[in-house]
Design a binder for this molecule. Sequence first.
Ligand code: NAD
Length: 478
Amino acid sequence: MTQMIINGRQVDAADGRSLEVVSPVDGQVFTTIPRGQQADVDAAVQAARGALDGAWGRMTALERGRLLLRLGQSVLAHHEELARLESRDTGKPMSTARADITVLARYFEFYGGAADKVHGQTIPFQQDYSVQLIREPLGVTAHIIPWNYPAQMFGRSVAPALAMGNAAVVKPAEDACLSIIRVAELALEVGFPAGALNIVTGLGEEAGASLSRHPDINFITFTGSNEVGVLIQQAAALNAVKCVLELGGKSAHIVFDDANYRLAIPAIVKGIVHNAGQTCTAGSRLLVHQGIYADFMKALAEEFSKVRAGTPDMDLTCGPVVNKAQFDRVNRYIEKGLADGLKVVAQGGIADGVPAGGYFVKPTLFSAASHDSDLMTQEIFGPVLVALPFADEAEAIRLANATDYGLLGAVWTENGGRQQRVARGIKCGQVYINGFGAGGGVELPFGGVKKSGHGREKGFIALEEMSTTKTIIQFYGE
Ligand code: NAD
């Protein structure tokens, strides 16, 4: 049984209830976590408030930064242990889990270094006035995290909040939260005061909903599905608190007829099979110039069909999807694609020797005849890529934008003018030119437009999101 962390202590749920944690590799229960409820959330929010009023709230930015740096070092010292936990929980290949833990440490390193470099401003004002703008913490910040990259999402969400002096209450996903709990234990070991970082595990509609509606929180950052994002924004409105929403995506690659195949093909395959396609930024739509469509798809199919889904220890490109519901959902989409008349261009396989009962899906590459099928427009969150030809630059941009989402985009061309026009034409939060993914990009502002959400995380911009500006106006005349 794993325990939550509230007010610096490892605790069970107040009512003693728990949830089973199932391995995606074989469908078997391997541990339990507390099923936190309102009472646990209340205790965590109260602990966070107490930390702000106590030792944590009195720390200087330098001291907070040093603690974050120490936590980053501790994560690296426990790298293999954390990677094993992460892959056990999510089914990720070990190399992916290791890379995720490296990014987690990088968040603490980046924001630890940044904590004491957030400066204020002065503003010229009327005669005999001095005006200062200072950044202050928001207070108690709520962090609701998804299961697809628990460790990374935790670092991304929590490190800037702590750097700015907020006290955090985290509700990780019920499907995968073990690495997060372990890191919170490490935070206590390196000296974070009790209450600065609290973890309440449990179901979304119980612990998550209680946290998002809590009257004593000052901010919510949520990463997850669009449906729940809307509920979070409603809950934030109840208490008039700010929220940042990082939601789903249906990101498009646009491949022009002068694209460099050698760069594009491996990046496009990786962009959809990495993490078994359960990535908000997955490149799940592929738009290819009609002049090279047949040739490009042939070359892509060759690479795509080599992909195998396997267990974490087989360490292949792709693991299982996270749970039975996700397994059924992805397979339903593949069947829907076939029923809608989309053509299967290539299919990867499932490695020999995976355990029965695991949630392994065959990576599938479809070719579509038009953009109006469900597979082209809906987020599948699995290793399923759908391709479509386009005639010219204007049509490529129009198709890329023909989605409710706006998280990422990628343009593959050697033409400099076209690179800029298309990058500016795609309505989304981040665009790659001749590349994709960039392994974490802790330094780079990230977030969506349209139904992919609002607000920005990562980089320095997250420090602004997780703090507030106070204007101090002083009259110094006589
Ligand atoms: P989800 O929305 O079901 O769950 C996310 C979190 O919200 C979990 O911790 C869950 O317990 C909690 N939750 C569920 N119902 C809740 C409620 N009523 N009130 C409060 N909290 C609640 O999403 P998921 O299935 O875990 O993750 C997949 C989705 O996340 C995909 O749509 C994906 O695109 C998106 N995602 C986005 C980003 C990004 O940065 N934009 C990153 C990763 C995942």
